[in-house]
Each structure stands twice: as C-alpha cells, then as structure tokens.
Design a binder for this molecule. Structure first.
Ligand SMILES: [Zn+2]
Length: 271
C-alpha cells in the first residue's frame, strides 16, 4: 500500500510513460484518410482495411444517430487517430490494461488504441469505440450543480447504448436478453439505471443487464421516434439538461419523464 500523494505521483508518472509509449514510438507508420490517421507497426493491408472500414462506419454511425446534419467534425487537424499494435501482448505492455481488454478509446484525444486481430476488431471493437468517440464529441462532458457539487448528467446507459447500437449483431441479442428480463421482472428499473455513471460500480451479472438495457433503450428511442429526434435529445443533454428534462422537451406528448419511458419500453419489448 502506498500513501495517496505517492499514488497520485505514480499514476501521473505512469500516464506520462504510457502516452510516450504509444504516441512517440519511432517506428509508427501513418495512413491518412478524410477523418482518420491510422498509426501502425506491422501489416499495411490490415491498416488500410481499418482505414476503409473506419470511414464507412463514420458515415453510418453519424447517420444512425441522426448526427449527420450537425456533422462537420474530424477533418484535417481534427482527425481521429487509431493506433494498431502488432499483437495483443504488445498492446497490453504499452497500455497496462488487464488481459481481457483488446482495445480502448481515449475520448479527450480522439484516439482508439488496439492491435491487429481478426473479425472481432472490425465487427465489434472498431464500431463500438468509434461510436463512443462520436457520441462524446457530440455531447461533451456536461455537468450540473447538484447537492454534492458538480455532477455528471449523462448516465452510462446512454454511452454504452450508443456504442453497442453501432455493433453488428448486438441489437438482436440485447432484445432477447431484455425480453427475458422483462418477462421475469428481473430488469434494472430505469430510475436505478439513471444513477449508474460508471461500470466499475456494477458486478458481472448487473453489468450484463446494464449493457443489454442500454442498447435496447437507445434502440427503442431511435426506432420508435427517429434518429433526428434522438440527436435533438442528445443536444439537450449537451446543453446541460437532465435526462428527464431532455425527454420531456424532445418527446413532448409521448414521453414526459423516465417513468413513462420505462412503461413504454417494457411494452415494446414484450412486457
Ligand atoms: Zn463501451
């Protein structure tokens, strides 16, 4: 056990070391496209496939979320960066992540860090992390003054819902899980879901429910009320409204608050 100031010092030192490890390694090769710079160490064909897929996901994710008409981002000096290590071992060594992690996104720097691997990278990790970056680029990190000081306004389910909505196959799987949870009345009630901001706060069983409910809620709003309204809802959150205020402002006459969202969502998924 180390004392707190020492721990902070170590964390800062480690962060600097890590950022040097992936940002300044001399032998990175670069591949630039309209919205991305791919940095890679190994196979050029994997990097160019990443570049091609990233551009096509970029268009698809922005349009799925209704963001296309606001979309003037990620060009020239503002391009997102994707770092590709040669293999999982090198990735883990450079990022110091636990062994079950295969990639990560750094929101503030608009970076995705991963390595050359198979279809899981192209079908799951890349669209998932890209959607996180696009969502956060759009909504930012709004805070409101609450009882305990400045509080975050965007709960985890929105972040992870949007990210999984971009993945192939996640929508159908989540609908099945949520259908079963609703039938057995074992779902997490939405007023509780709204208070979860961080996935370190939940255990494995709870996390399965949070993630499935997240994507089904985002899916419900987009499929029932359209992507344009969803983008408008995200815009309200960006501008500092709470989820409740955003819902009643954008879905006037249909969804006045979280309670009403819950009963419609339950009905939609077979309750
Ligand atoms: Zn995620």
């Amino acid at each position: 056990m180390v004392t707190l100031p020492l721990r902070i010092g170590l964390t800062v030192a480690l962060a600097i070391l890590l950022s040097c490890a992936y940002a300044y390694a001399g032998d990175w090769k670069e591949l630039k496209s309209d919205h991305f710079i791919i940095y890679y160490l190994g196979d050029e064909s994997f990097a160019s496939e990443t570049s091609r897929k990233a551009e096509s996901y970029y268009d698809r994710i922005a349009s799925d979320l209704g963001y296309s008409r606001y979309d003037k981002f990620w060009q020239w000096d503002d391009r997102a960066k994707i770092y590709l290590y040669r293999n999982h071992e090198d990735f883990l060594r450079a990022t110091n992540k636990p062994s079950w992690v295969h990639g990560t996104a750094v929101y503030e720097k608009k970076e995705i860090i991963s390595y050359e691997w198979g279809s899981g990278f192209f079908d799951t990790l890349l669209p998932h992390e890209m959607a996180h970056l696009i969502f956060r680029d759009f909504v930012g990190f709004p805070l409101i003054k609450g009882r305990a000081g400045w509080e975050r306004t965007i709960p985890l389910w929105m972040d992870e819902g949007v990210a999984q909505w971009a993945e192939a196959g996640k929508r159908a799987r989540a609908a099945e899980i949520v259908g079963a949870l609703i039938k057995s009345k074992k779902y997490i009630p939405l007023d509780q879901l709204m208070t979860i901001y961080n996935d370190t706060a939940v255990d494995a069983e709870m996390s399965l429910k949070v993630y499935a409910e997240a994507v089904s809620l985002v899916g419900y709003l987009i499929k029932e009320y359209g992507a344009d309204r969803f983008a408008l809802f995200c815009k309200q959150l960006r501008d500092g409204k709470s989820v409740d205020e955003g819902l009643s402002f954008v879905y006037t006459g249909s969804i006045q608050n979280i309670k009403e969202l819950e009963s419609k969502w339950i009905k939609y998924y077979g309750g």
